[in-house]
Design a protein around this ligand. Sequence first.
Ligand SMILES: [Zn+2]
Length: 117
Amino acid sequence: ETGQQVTAAISLEVDDAAMVARVACRFTCAACGEGYHDDFKPPAIAGRCDRCGGAAFTRRADDTAETVAARLAAYHAQTAPLIAHYRRRGVLETIDAMQPIDVVADNLGRIVVPGTA
Ligand SMILES: [Zn+2]
């Protein structure tokens, strides 16, 4: 305990199943590193990188549904008590992180950018 007062906390609210799907379906071009997603951003031509034409793709070993689910479980175990604590103190801002990414970023920016609070 540093003695510092937490004056604001942010909770990103996500649906676990959707989060697992989001993360576990990512892959990247092995040649140029371009990022793709099975559902949200597949290559225009299946199996062919849009940017460099490469045909080899990699998936991060830690992006499997199992590891993402494990990370979420750890998150809930460690973070849920904090969220309840900050909510009781009235300093918790919640953001629906299932919205489009630019909307989430916008909401985050409004909360954390100095001078706008
Ligand atoms: Zn590529």
